[in-house]
Design a protein around this ligand. Structure first.
Ligand code: GCB
Length: 619
């Protein structure tokens, strides 16, 4: 059975709080449970694949008529059939034609590729032809790195799969739909914001629509490794453990895990579900850390299938209020980053975009980045692995979503699964975040606590966190009372004292009472337009932003259990809610760097603090 359908309809503990009745209704939720199947193959970037990036034809359907029928269900006679209008004889089909439609680049959001589409939110159809020669005994999957927000896929007129969620990959099996020679694929992407979507209607980032990440065709043997996990055994650190899952395996199929550089090899056998667990003693591994980001080539062999990955081994855990990396206290000198390309418009989706961001991180002397507020392009985590930058990765639960709706929980759960499944092979990822700044009420708390339990169940080798709202208690002592904190390993606290409340100098007198857990100040920041200079009490000047950080570091450094900082935010980013002409012009200006790559004064200040490294050395 397919991974998604299994995850949605099986009676799992995480759904218990909705009760059995609701669970039964979950399996009838049409948008997810009845959708054609898709899966998620791990380490696709390490497999041989045929890129389908490049030029695609596109057609805009602003009212969605070619995709949805009058009842809202997906039509089976829409543009997915890729028909052509009859110029002679009887009318046939609908009135559209991809063959002479304009061209759009994939990967890429549509908003920044055609000025007419800049503010467009809705349905846009992509189509391209490709050549294919089926190989005997092989299967083919269409891999889509991310498509925002809902997507519907046809290949050679067959409806193949759907996916909801704008920031995680999915793979659709196309073996039976492909033939020798010319084939075509049509993908409808709908970026409409939904009350029951994740995020919901409102977010402080741009709703870039489309096929925003790589698209490729992956060919694998009939039985192939679709998922695996190879990790250092927590606490004892004296071996490797994990599993390999083989899709379409016969029971008892041998699976070999080999790490030549460490002289390790083990062969285990799949069980009736295609899963093979292993446990390999290993005492002399060089452990991954920011100072020494060692990666090992891990080779997995199952039947005809071979996959190799670059994996680092490390232990991350909490001891009281400390975060321990490989048994030693670590302090996270970080920053937040949105997935917005620097120096050009649009989403980060190339090696060059990623290198630019990591150039800034290195320049800042950061050892940590919070990839907000959704999973980023997989290249980011790969680079973090190589560069020794620890990562916080988050699903897009941002402030208000429909916490009371079971089908929304199903979506959140799917996004959590997809995030963890894609990136569990990345040593750099130390924190899974289930949400950002959510309202403190019991429905929300139950919802998120269940996600925390699920994250731990899926992955016992990482810490679970969430960014909580700034404590709002009256007076100068801010007491964090949100009960969600108790469920978290590490508590993220967002804080805008000196920007949304108080003035920067007033921050000196503010105190915090926070849980006795490791605390990361997951956001703090103030806006400044690069090049706008003036007195330090004048908002939107670089001097104000600098003064904000000076006072904030004084205030925040007094929190004894603080284990990391992430200023908000590395680079100015597009936001539909930032509309002060000349100062904002559609950008959130809390960047330490402008959208065209210029450092503001605050960058240099934080760089000095991080470079010095004495901060957080106390332990
Ligand atoms: C926040 C949000 C972040 C916003 C930021 C701001 O608390 O988590 O998404 O962009 O504040 O600039 O207001």
């Amino acid at each position: 059975m397919n991974w998604h359908s299994r995850q949605i309809c099986a009676p799992r503990s995480r759904l218990i709080f909705f009760g059995t009745l609701i669970l039964a209704s979950l399996c009838a939720v049409p948008t997810i449970a009845q959708q054609p199947l898709n899966t998620l193959i791990v380490a696709v970037d390490h497999r041989h694949s045929t890129s389908l990036n490049g030029d695609w034809h596109y057609l805009v359907d602003p009212i969605g008529r070619s995709l949805y029928g009058p009842d809202g269900a997906v039509r089976d006679n829409g543009y997915g059939l890729n028909e052509h209008p009859a110029l002679i004889g009887e009318r046939k089909g609908q009135e559209y034609d991809f063959s002479n439609a304009p061209i759009i680049k994939v990967p890429g959001d549509w908003n920044t590729q055609d000025p007419k589409l800049f503010r467009y939110e809705g349905v846009l159809w992509y189509q391209r032809d490709f050549d294919f020669q089926p190989k005997p005994e092989m299967r083919a999957f269409l891999h889509i790195g991310a498509a925002n927000y809902r997507s519907y896929v046809w290949v050679n007129q067959k409806r193949i799969c759907d996916h909801e969620g704008g920031f995680t990959p999915f793979d659709c099996e196309v073996t039976a739909a492909l033939h020798s020679g010319k084939n075509f694929v049509v993908i409808a992407v709908d970026s409409t914001r939904l009350v029951d979507g994740i995020p919901s209607l409102v977010a402080d980032w741009y709703n870039y629509g489309g096929l925003t990440r790589d698209v490729s065709l992956v060919e694998v043997p009939k039985a192939f490794v679709d998922d695996f996990d190879v990790h250092l055994k927590p606490v004892t650190m004296d071996g490797l453990a994990g599993y390999v899952h083989v899709d379409a395996a016969t029971e008892g199929m041998p699976v070999t895990i080999r790490i030549p550089e460490a002289g390790l090899v083990d062969t285990v056998k799949t069980d009736a579900n295609g899963r093979a667990d292993f446990d390999i003693p290993a005492r002399n591994l060089s452990l991954w850390s920011p100072e020494s980001p060692r990666l090992y080539k891990v080779q997995i062999e199952a039947g005809e299938d071979r996959v190799s990955d670059d994996i680092g081994f490390r232990d991350i855990r909490v001891d009281g209020t400390l975060i321990l990396l490989n048994g030693k206290p670590v302090f996270l000198r970080g920053v937040n980053a949105h997935a917005e390309a620097v120096g050009r418009s649009g989403r980060v989706n190339s090696d060059k975009d990623v290198e630019t961001i990591f150039g800034f991180l290195k320049d800042l002397h950061a050892n940590f980045v919070r990839l907000c507020h959704y999973p980023h392009d997989e290249r980011m985590e790969r680079m973090a692995d190589r560069e020794g930058i620890m990562v916080w990765s988050e699903i897009p639960i941002w402030q208000h979503i429909s916490y009371d709706k079971p089908n929304v929980y199903v979506k959140a759960d799917a996004m959590l699964h997809e995030m963890i499944r894609r990136d569990r092979d990345k040593a750099s990822v130390i924190l899974w975040s289930v949400a950002n700044e959510t309202p403190d009420n019991s429905t929300r708390t139950e919802f998120l606590k269940n996600l925390v339990v699920e994250a731990h169940r899926l992955d016992s080798t990482r810490l679970v966190t969430a960014a909580l709202l700034q404590p709002q208690s009256p007076g100068d002592t801010k007491i964090l009372t949100d009960p969600l904190a108790q469920a978290l390993d590490v508590v993220g606290v967002n804080n805008y004292v000196g920007w949304y409340t108080y003035t920067p100098p007033q921050a000196d007198n503010i105190k915090f009472e926070l849980p006795q857990k490791p605390i990361i100040i997951s956001e703090f920041g103030a806006e400044a337009k690069a090049g706008n200079h003036g007195p330090k009490d004048q908002r939107w000047t670089e001097e104000f932003q600098l003064d904000f950080y000076r006072h904030n570091f004084v205030m925040l450094s007094k929190i004894p259990q603080i284990r990391g900082f992430a200023p908000w935010v590395l680079v100015d980013f597009r936001s539909p809610t930032r509309n002060i002409p000349l100062l904002q012009d559609g950008y959130n200006r809390k960047g330490l760097i402008s959208e065209d790559g210029k450092n503001k004064e605050a960058f240099d200040f934080i760089q000095e603090i991080y470079k010095d490294g004495s901060f957080g050395k106390a332990e």
